[in-house]
Ligand binder design. Structure first.
Ligand code: ADP
Ligand code: MG
Length: 345
């Protein structure tokens, strides 16, 4: 039987580890003048920059019982790129800071960085710096992402107008159902380690949870079609919560049509199996990393034929409130339950 190699981080030391993690990095973007190695990275942007950061804490944002380290590294980059795309900007650089306990080996850190580097390659982003430190117990990963866009093309949450069409990319609720599956199988495993963990047939939803993608393709489509959304936000906390953000910051009301909300078959069926109304997975489940945006009516024809963009509603006067129009023909106020609200059902 092959034994898994375990090198203690202490045997490399902090600088040895940083060297190992950052060796062989090449810079792909013109604005990245200097990467890791000096006191700071040097950037020479040709355009306006957007900057964002997200922190992932073991036990809060991820559970290593079912999260492969490479996926974790990948996802830690994706969640930040998604925020940059949600500004209609193109991510160019990231910085990665990790706090790690001696529970983890050098090989474990390598796996995290394999995922980080894979995301960098796929999305053409340069890893230009970070910080590395010890932690008493858990693992913490913080990523900063920097993007560029002409200032007139940057899209905020606060600029939707009455009559604009509300749209979403991809499908919703899958990551939430994937998480439900992983948590259920973890419980089965903890209760009876000899039992078979059954994730087969759930590839789509488990993949949505463990290895999300950011919607680079949608931003490229906007550029190609000369569309500048009137407002945009990425869906990290569930559709309800993000719609409320758009409406509040734009001082708008809205009608969301339940019939238009895209839910994949696998998500739909798994929700029913768990006794959850599928629409609630989309409304309150998190981590889909799709884009929610509004466009002017004049651009409607441009998106009609896009196979991965759904029209889900319309922006209205603020006095009309933020409503869900159900398949049964009723109106409900949209409220934000967030993750915990859904779990209690
Ligand atoms: P300082 O003590 O000045 O903070 P460090 O020794 O922490 O310097 O970092 C040295 C260089 O290595 C810097 O350029 C920093 O950005 C880079 N670096 C440190 N940790 C990481 C990491 N985890 N990933 C990428 N680059 C890193
Ligand atoms: Mg440092």
């Amino acid at each position: 039987m092959a034994t898994i190699k375990r090198t203690e981080i202490s045997s490399l030391g902090e600088f040895g580890l940083i060297d190992r993690l950052t060796q062989g990095l090449s810079l792909q973007n013109a604005s990245s003048m200097l990467g890791p190695g000096d006191d700071a990275a040097i950037l020479q942007p040709a355009n306006t920059q957007v900057v964002t950061t997200d922190i992932l804490v073991e036990g809060i944002h991820f559970d290593l019982v079912y999260t492969p380290l490479k996926h974790l590294g990948y996802k830690s980059v994706i969640v930040n790129l998604s925020d940059v795309y949600a500004m209609n900007a193109i991510p160019k650089q990231i910085l990665v800071s990790i706090a790690i306990s001696n529970r983890f080996s050098v090989e474990a850190v390598d796996e995290i960085y394999d995922g980080i580097k894979l995301a960098c390659e796929k999305y053409q982003v340069d890893l230009v710096g970070g910080d590395t430190t010890a932690s008493p117990k858990g693992l913490i990963i913080n990523v900063v992402a920097i993007g560029e866009q002409h200032k007139d093309h940057i899209v905020r949450r606060s600029t939707a107008n009455e009559g604009d069409i509300l749209c979403v990319s991809g499908d919703l609720g899958g990551a939430y159902m994937g998480l439900q599956m992983l948590q259920r199988e973890k419980q089965v495993f903890l209760n009876a380690p000899e039992a078979n963990v059954e994730l087969e047939g759930n590839d789509y939803i488990v993949g949505r949870q463990l290895k999300p993608e950011a919607r680079k393709d949608i931003i490229e489509f906007f550029e190609a079609e000369n569309i500048i959304p009137t407002s945009m936000i990425d869906i990290s906390d569930g559709l309800s919560s993000e719609i409320l953000h758009l409406c509040k910051q734009s001082n708008m009301g809205c009608q969301l049509n339940e019939a238009g909300v895209p839910i994949a078959n696998e998500t739909y069926n798994k929700a029913l199996e768990f006794g959850i109304d599928p629409i609630n997975c989309a409304l309150s489940g998190g981590e889909d990393y799709e884009l929610l945006f509004t466009i002017d009516k004049k651009d409607a024809d441009k998106i009609n034929h896009h196979p991965d963009i759904s029209v889900i509603g319309e922006m209205l006067d603020a006095n009309l409130g933020v409503k869900l129009y159900t398949k049964g023909g009723n109106y409900h106020d949209i409220i934000s339950l967030g993750w915990d609200g859904l779990k209690d059902e």
